[in-house]
Design a protein around this ligand. Structure first.
Ligand SMILES: [Zn+2]
Length: 49
């Protein structure tokens, strides 16, 4: 198993994670009730896919 040669600093790890949020939490309106929901998730208000 591969072993990391040197540890990644907190600053470098934080810089890498700045891109994590780009695709997260994209609100989409529900087709049946119009409430905001997450894509590929069931609607929290009406339960529609
Ligand atoms: Zn809905």
């Amino acid at each position: 198993m591969a072993v990391p040669k040197r540890r990644v600093s907190h600053a470098r790890a934080a810089k890498r994670r700045t891109h994590y949020n780009i695709t997260l939490k994209t609100p989409v309106k529900c087709a049946s009730c119009g409430a905001y929901k997450l894509t590929h998730h069931t609607c929290p208000s009406c339960g529609e896919k």
